[in-house]
Ligand binder design. Structure first.
Ligand SMILES: C[S@@+](CC[C@H](N)C(=O)[O-])C[C@H]1O[C@@H](n2cnc3c(N)ncnc32)[C@H](O)[C@@H]1O
Length: 340
């Protein structure tokens, strides 16, 4: 369906931690800002309110293109948009024009979650698709073609689901009689598999849906590659800012910022000795993070799990951070299992 521009613009959408993002970016004196996750465009629009700022925005979702066009019409000189994944940041940012800040607001937008035709929500009763864009595999293909062991690993590792084994077994059993195509069929399988709900605060389907979404969109691969590219591209004294929403994302960001900062602790003796052990890309990082204000959490309960972390780039050459990839090899190998 082609949605009219005006309704796209008026879509109810609460940007997460907007004031904290603006305070961290400090766009008042101008500069180049990269919004790696354009979404509804809220961060971009706020940054562009400062006349001397320029914004380059990316989003892998093609539905973002029309929203970006509206902003481009109003800011023809100061704004560029690319329908691109942030793991390819180096394709759209030149090494000559280094950004003051590179921002990642991870995960799904409300626009994506509430578009039930895309199958991200367990409430959707639509085809189990879950592709954000520029991916090669739908959740439907994963559920109907992957072997039991791999399905179990995906649900266990990316969903931290205690009953991953049972859910994977029941998916295999069900698909022998009929292809599983609809989210309501998957919901039924999960509900049957999970006799007990250990965490009453979250829906029994949340973890499995999160796991499939992370896998289909290779979200940990994207984050790791995106952070490395941002490190190569941001200017000395510039910032890399990440808003994360779940523990896997936060673990990756925290590890990267800590391990490659000036005040890093001694490198783990379990990691191979690679060149990057001595490298400090970032100024001191004290493991600090910001969370949304009470008012924001009341206004937008979905913001509750958000954590904002940022680092400041030092004047230090770039060496590929091999240990970062080695540390999260388990995620990278699993997400890329189909490419071998
Ligand atoms: C949480 S929303 C961002 C919301 C945005 N900050 C706003 O205020 O409107 C995340 C967006 O990032 C996009 N995205 C997620 N992973 C991406 C990736 N690897 N590369 C590019 N875009 C990505 C999603 O398609 C989604 O539109």
């Amino acid at each position: 369906m082609n949605t009219p521009m005006s309704s796209l613009e008026n879509f109810p959408h609460f940007p997460v931690m907007m004031s904290e993002i603006l305070q961290t970016c400090n766009p008042i004196d101008g500069g180049l800002f990269v919004d790696c996750t354009f979404g509804g465009g809220s961060y971009t629009k706020e940054l562009l309110k400062h006349p001397k700022t320029k914004v380059i925005a990316l989003d892998r979702d093609k539905t973002a293109i029309d929203r970006a066009k509206i902003i481009k019409e109003r800011n023809p000189e100061n704004f560029l948009f690319f329908n691109e994944k942030f793991s390819n940041l180096d394709k759209v940012i030149s090494k000559e024009n280094k950004p003051n800040a590179i921002i990642f607001d991870l995960g799904l937008s409300m626009i994506q979650l509430q578009d039930y035709s895309r199958g991200f929500s367990f409430k959707s009763k639509a085809k189990i698709d879950m592709q954000m864009g520029l991916s090669f595999l739908s959740a439907e293909e994963v559920i109907n073609t992957f072997d039991e062991k791999t399905l179990k690993l995906i649900i266990k590792i990316f969903g931290d689901e205690q009953e991953a084994s049972k859910i994977a077994k029941n998916i295999i059993r069900k698909r022998k009689s009929k292809k599983i195509t609809n989210t309501s069929e998957l919901v039924e399988i999960i509900e049957k598999s999970k006799k007990r709900n250990y965490n009453k605060k979250i829906n029994v389907c949340t973890k499995t849906f999160q796991a499939l979404r992370i896998f289909v969109n290779k979200e940990t691969t994207e984050l790791i590659e995106g952070l490395i590219k941002a490190t190569q591209l941001v200017r000395d004294g510039g910032k890399i800012i990440v808003v994360s929403f779940h523990s896997i994302e936060d673990k990756i960001v925290k590890y990267y910022f800590k391990t490659y900062s000036l005040n890093k602790s001694n490198p783990s003796r379990y990691l191979p000795s690679t060149n990057d052990k001595k490298i400090s890309f970032f100024e001191n990082y004290q493991n600090k993070f910001l969370t949304p204000s009470q008012q924001e959490m009341i206004r937008n309960p979905a913001s509750r799990s958000a954590k904002l972390r940022y680092v400041v780039r030092r004047k230090e050459g770039f060496v590929y951070p091999d240990n970062f990839r080695i540390k999260f090899k388990k995620y990278l190998d699993l997400e890329n299992i189909n490419d071998k």
